[in-house]
Design a protein around this ligand. Sequence first.
Ligand SMILES: [Zn+2]
Length: 364
Amino acid sequence: MAANGSTVLDHGVVLRALRSKTTTLSLDNTKIDALPPSLTKLTFLTKFSAKNNSLTDHGLSPTLKSLTKLCAINLGCNKLSCLPVCFMEMPELQNIHLFSNEIEQLDEDVLECLTEVIVLNLNGNLIDHLPPAIASLNNLTTLGIASNRLKFLPQEISHLSSLVELHVEDNQLQHLPSGISQLKKLTRIYAQKNKLQSLNPLISCCTSLRVLDISSNQIQFFPQELGEMKLREFHYELNPLIPFIPIPSSATEEVLPLKELICRRLFTILENDSRLEVIVQSLPEVRDALAQAGKCLVCDGPFVNSWLECVKFIQAKKIILPLRSPSGLIPIRIMLCSYKCLNSGDHDYYGIATPPSTNDIFVK
Ligand SMILES: [Zn+2]
């Protein structure tokens, strides 16, 4: 502890708190690297803050352990490298702020004890993964883990059934897990400044979602399901979206692989004769292939492993609730069964051309 800090804290702030029996104490900006030992007498504290100091893991223990009645703790902007183990003995802890520390890993044993926590703010640390034990935080409404080193989110995030706000911006995420579709209360997702190459279509299952920020990623087009969402804010700038630059198409009908032709034919036969269903169910490979079948948006015909990836462009304001409608065209992914359907001309879908030059352009 800083030499002056010890005197001031022991005989000043802490003693005053002891006399007044206050339940809230702040040691913010006091330049301490360890908590004053006299703090152990304040066992009645429910809110404690010591942000903007130089506190280390060692500097917290064993003093902090005495504050077993804490509901809220703010140790942001310090030098902590892990979740304090004494959190395991604070059963009423609901608000935890540990932003801007040096935390690299989250102890699973500690996480498993944080079942009452509502807000967990770990923004600005060095965390490279969320362990499966994150599933224990089933009362969590706000998870802040922005500006860390996450490369992925675990499927266990699907257990955070109370989650309303998710901050994962400024990480290295390449995709959002399908488990996110289970979060029916999720209202706001901030995932800007990552490495997302696509938007998981299952995000449309988050029926409460109103704010989605996926700006500054690597997304070229969006899933069709985007049109089913009721977003009030949709931030998608600074993505390499495919531009609307139509050029004539010279593409002709392709020759499909034999397996694809058989699957498409089988699919059509099955639609008209359900008696064959029993046979297909006994052939796992065929059954699995047919289970993946998609439907061409032009001819309604099936496709299994071969399709033509296309886009349609819709006005952004058509898919966002009118509160903050952005302008511009949004490319939406569309799949067609063949060039024949693409070239039929009776639709607004565009094939994606990749000429030898640097920019993608369109053919129709
Ligand atoms: Zn078709």
